[in-house]
Design a protein around this ligand. Structure first.
Ligand code: ADP
Ligand code: 5GP
Length: 209
């Protein structure tokens, strides 16, 4: 219905299942969505590729991107920088795709401030114990990093209520559908349909005395 794509931000504790959810959503509705690929200064995990999961950058290169105004937002998370390249997001939205940024809280709030129509979704596992189990089960981080991420989760929980919607990732399949429904419902917002509204008003003018 609406003319251009929706901008949706998905945040949640590390280990909540955001990456897993995004993968499943994009697989199921690949024509509908574009997932923004961030720049980061952290090291690639096993199996990650430059340009697929992230653009892996040195700190110097990352700082140059900030200075050149190439990032919509950037933030420091557990010792590394992360940021969203601007061009891709705007191009995809203009092409009518719904764009998803999978970013942490400081970045999410900055995006909302700059673009108030952004949909903010917070993904959480059903419990703290399940979060810890998923982080360990993933097997990609050292014990020290897991502890850091759990500590960070406790801080992040303070910001959950600044998000528009909460999604509990219990059954993965159900959560994918809920996320899809939530994002698609944004296309019905009046603010996303100013062209249609203007046309309708214009057509109805003919019926005025
Ligand atoms: P995030 O991207 O939020 O850090 P991941 O997508 O890497 O989290 O998921 C963390 C771990 O939890 C992974 O091992 C993943 O397979 C598992 N996981 C994700 N979603 C679910 C779910 N709904 N039920 C059980 N395990 C899940
Ligand atoms: P990870 O190292 O586990 O891939 O990501 C760590 C955190 O950084 C996650 O919460 C992830 O959502 C967030 N993140 C990824 N890309 C960006 C980004 O471009 N900007 C911000 N602000 N956070 C990001």
């Amino acid at each position: 219905m609406s003319e251009k794509g929706i901008l949706a931000v998905v945040s949640g504790f590390s280990g909540a299942g955001k990456g897993t959810l995004m993968k499943a959503l994009l697989k199921r509705y690949e024509d509908r969505y574009a997932l923004s690929i961030s720049a980061t200064t952290r090291q690639p995990r096993e199996g990650e590729e430059h340009g697929r999961e992230y653009f892996f950058q040195t700190e110097e290169a990352f700082k140059r991107m900030i200075e050149a105004g190439e990032l919509i937002e950037h933030a420091c998370y557990v010792g590394n920088y992360y940021g969203t390249p601007k061009q891709y997001v705007f191009d995809q939205m203009s092409a009518g795709k719904d764009v998803i940024l999978e970013i942490e809280i400081q970045g999410a709030l900055k995006v909302k401030e700059r673009f108030p129509d952004t949909l903010l979704i917070f993904v959480t596992p059903p419990s703290a114990a399940e979060l810890e189990a998923r982080l360990r089960g993933r097997g990609t981080e050292t014990e020290k990093v897991i502890q850091n991420r759990l500590r960070r989760a406790a801080e992040e929980a303070e910001y959950m209520d600044q998000y528009d919607y909460l999604l509990v990732n219990d059954d993965l399949d159900a959560c994918v559908e809920e996320m899809h429904r939530l994002i698609q419902s944004q296309h019905q917002k009046t603010s996303e349909n100013s062209g249609f509204i203007a046309d309708m008003k214009n057509e109805l003018k003919n019926y005025k005395n």
